[in-house]
Design a protein around this ligand. Structure first.
Ligand code: ADP
Ligand code: MG
Length: 322
């Protein structure tokens, strides 16, 4: 059972940045407005995420570490209209299977917080402690009990850049939430609540933000808003493509391509526009349950959606010319 859990954990938790992503997703699902991430040793020593969200009740807290236990969906039908980032109930149990975890959480209707320690998947006794409303999860010694996996961690610099990228993505997708990322006590990223444009300035830099133009679009199937490259501001890869489908940050070569098509002949070979795009589609059209780390989604009317995205880009570029 321990081995099976460790293998399953590997599908969700590949590296420290996966822990950061899952913990931030949980904070966002809990309605946090301020999320703080502290890491030591590029995440392999410790990762702590502190939020001011709704918290976990004393009775539910031990269940949070049980495999496939989630408070976010109640029936199989709910799988067809997922509005939360989490739904598989796998993240905390997967993380806890390959690290030492301490959870401290308090809900608003409780005067004290609950504290639970988990080591190598073994859930300890719940105790009482003091804390403000919200949740603090500390993950220590990631992969301590799976040496093979620990060995595959890349240099501190690489792991830290994956973590920074993860926080950047989530920060871009949630400009209304304050984010702080500290590495060894030093601020890597700090951004207060604001509009998407302010957030782009904070995390991508003013130089990049200045090169982007707004996009807004709506048809029967989807609505889109965000920013794309001004004509002439192109990059050598897709790295600066940030897509959020119903709030979920995903990788999508199809969307990248649809955006590129909107630039048509303007775009030199091997060059890519930057894009920060929010896509809102009817929940029934999106299958989010296709990838353990939830990095991809399946769109049921993909061709029409991509045509809409290309049309939106063409329209934004035309308006820019006026
Ligand atoms: P999922 O997010 O898919 O439900 P997780 O394993 O990530 O599964 O989390 C398990 C459960 O623990 C969640 O359903 C939620 O009830 C609770 N939980 C985890 N993190 C938080 C948090 N930061 N704030 C409030 N509740 C949380
Ligand atoms: Mg989750």
């Amino acid at each position: 059972e321990a081995t099976i859990n460790q293998i399953a954990a590997g599908e969700v938790i590949e590296r420290p940045a996966s822990v950061v992503k899952e913990l931030i997703d949980n904070s966002l699902d809990a309605g946090a407005s301020d999320i703080r991430v502290e890491i030591e040793g590029a995440g392999s020593k410790s990762i702590t995420v502190i939020d001011d969200g709704s918290g976990i009740g004393r009775e539910e807290a031990p269940l949070a570490f049980t495999k496939h236990s989630t408070s976010k969906i109640e029936s199989k039908d709910d799988l067809h209209r997922i509005i939360t980032l989490g739904f598989r109930g796998e993240a905390l149990s997967s993380i806890a299977a390959v690290s030492r975890v301490e959870l401290i959480s308090r809900t608003a209707d409780c005067l004290s917080a609950v504290r639970i320690g988990v080591e190598g998947g073994l859930v300890g006794e719940a105790t009482e402690t003091g804390s403000s409303v919200g949740t603090r999860v500390e993950v220590q010694d990631l992969f301590y009990n799976t040496p093979a996996r620990r060995k595959y961690l890349k240099s501190k610099r690489t792991e830290l850049s994956h973590i920074t990228d993860t926080v950047t993505r989530q920060a871009l997708g949630n400009p209304g939430v304050a984010f702080t990322l500290l590495n060894e006590g030093k601020v890597v990223l700090r951004c207060g609540k604001g509009e998407l444009f302010d957030r782009m300035v904070q995390v991508l830099g003013a130089d990049v933000a200045r090169q982007l133009i707004p996009l807004e679009y709506k048809d029967d199937l989807l609505s889109l808003w965000g920013y794309i490259s001004k004509p002439g501001y192109y990059r050598s890869n897709r790295e600066m493509n940030y897509f959020f489908v119903n709030g979920r940050n995903i990788s999508s070569p199809a969307i990248s391509n649809a955006v590129r098509l909107g630039y048509y002949t303007m775009l030199p070979k091997g060059r890519y526009p930057a894009a920060v795009l929010n896509v809102r589609i009817n929940l029934e059209e999106v299958d989010v349950n296709v990838h353990p780390a939830k990095r991809y989604v399946r769109l049921s009317r993909e061709n029409e959606i991509m045509d809409g995205i290309t049309a939106a880009v063409e329209q934004a570029l035309k308006q820019e010319k006026l």
